[in-house]
Design a protein around this ligand. Structure first.
Ligand code: PMT
Length: 412
């Protein structure tokens, strides 16, 4: 099968002599099965005309942010949503700097800021510009945010100099892009993820719940799926669409979540507990609605099963990753949960407003930041969208899972 069959690829082209190679790239992307739309910066149109790309892609080329006719056709937000991936090739030093700063002053940079899909950039510039510390620092920032950097290659440059900075060749660009969809690092691996809140009934109309939206767990399900895993998502009540090709099982209470997890545990290789499970439930959930007869009401609560701990202590346990939602002493509390619950890894997040920017993160937010701990190490995943963070966490989990499998093999 063609490696990009059925994929919507937005090809971004910025100003540089390598823009002439983007014509060939457009053709080859189509040959690989992709539907290609092209967005060009003004500088790019100085090198190659939009008409060339219109003819090759079969679609009008997008160049202006504030253009009534193109916004009426497919505006920048729709383009950002339409794409399954964005590839910017060539990417100039200036555009890399713009991306690193999060600027949105033309169509392409605005699309990049508005998108949540994998974003790849292929640097192409003079070798001195490439080696400049500012460019290097900007590329590092982009990689840390989860963008894919393709190249550059080295060799003779259009300016006559020799060195690193040439745009990666077209076949390699296509291979790398296809890898973003099917890098398959988790192919043939079954991943089970819990997500969302649990609702513990008090009576038929009331429950004890929490502020979890499910976004973190759903983003992880999508990222694991992208990495090639078969994903089972055990979801508490939340209003999110099920990610493509993910098996979702709906539950309401902690006990139901516990049962669903154990029903599917046999096939599971990696278990990730992102759900905010109620620690306690009412002892005696009433069959009828409680009447307002008394001035006060006492609810007696009892402990729910700890799903994560039970999985991690089970006989044939998978690789187990827990979460820790903390409002203080993040590291200390996370380390204690890592040991007490017998986990391989734990991803700790601060829940509430950060002191620095007063932005809500963690619960019910598009954003999060994580400190991840394991037996003899840790890693910090900086504040970003949950979709980006999820890909970074899945990559980290994958690295540890593979090392763990190797160790198991060696000691067998
Ligand atoms: O859903 P969002 O709005 O996107 O928010 C994401 C999140 C903040 C809910 C998520 O990032 C997160 O931190 N999830 C874990 C929340 C939590 O319940 O943390 P905890 O520290 O109380 O529990 C520790 C771990 O034990 C968690 O992995 C939890 O899933 C698990 N647990 C807890 C209690 C229980 N009875 N069973 C469990 O499995």
């Amino acid at each position: 099968m063609k490696r990009l069959h059925g994929k919507n690829i937005l090809l971004g082209i910025t100003g540089g002599i390598a823009a002439y190679k983007s014509a060939e790239l457009t053709r080859r992307l189509k040959d690989a099965g992709a539907d290609v739309r092209v967005a060009m910066t003004r500088a790019a149109t100085e090198f190659v005309t939009p008409l060339t790309f219109q003819a090759l892609s079969g679609h009008p080329v997008h160049t202006e942010l504030l253009d009534e006719s193109s916004e009426a056709g497919m505006g920048h937000i729709e383009l950002a949503r339409w794409a399954d991936a964005i590839l910017i090739a060539p990417t100039s030093a200036n555009f890399i700097a713009k991306l690193a700063q999060g600027r949105a002053d033309d169509l392409l940079s605005t699309i990049c800021l508005a998108t949540e899909v994998p974003l790849a950039f292929a640097p192409a510039m003079n070798q001195a510009m490439w080696n400049d510390l500012a460019t290097q620092a900007n590329c590092k920032t982009l990689r840390q945010r989860g963008l894919f950097q393709f190249g550059p290659a080295s060799g003779e440059q259009a300016c006559g100099e020799i060195g690193e900075g040439r745009m990666m060749e077209v076949p390699e660009l296509i291979d790398h892009l296809a890898d973003c969809f099917e890098h398959g690092v988790l192919q043939a691996v079954n991943v089970m993820i819990t997500a969302g809140p649990t609702y513990e009934p008090i009576d038929p109309v009331r429950f004890i719940g929490n502020r979890s939206s499910g976004r973190m767990g759903y983003a992880l399900a999508e990222a694991a799926r992208e990495a090639g895993a078969s994903v089972t998502l055990i979801s508490g009540p939340c209003h999110l669409a099920t990610p493509d090709k993910v098996q979702r099982i709906n539950v309401e209470t902690a006990e139901q979540m516990h049962k669903a997890v154990f029903d599917h545990l046999k096939e599971c290789n990696i278990f990730i507990a992102a759900a905010a499970v109620a620690d306690y439930k009412p002892v005696d959930a009433k069959k009828q609605k409680i009447k307002k007869d008394n001035e006060s009401l006492n609810l007696v609560l009892e402990r729910n099963p700890d799903i994560l701990s039970d999985v991690a202590h089970s006989k044939t346990r998978p690789f187990v990753v827990g979460f820790a939602a903390e409002t203080e002493n993040i590291e200390q509390n996370a380390q204690s949960k890592l040991q007490r619950k017998n986990l391989d890894m734990i991803a700790a997040n601060f829940v509430g407003q950060t002191e620095n920017n007063k932005q809500d993160i963690g619960f019910n937010s598009e954003y999060n930041a994580l400190q991840v701990f394991w037996a003899n190490g840790s890693s910090t995943l900086e504040l970003t969208r949950k979709s980006v963070l999820a890909r970074q966490l899945i990559q980290l989990i994958t690295n540890h899972y593979q090392a763990h499998k190797k160790d198991e093999k060696n000691t067998a």
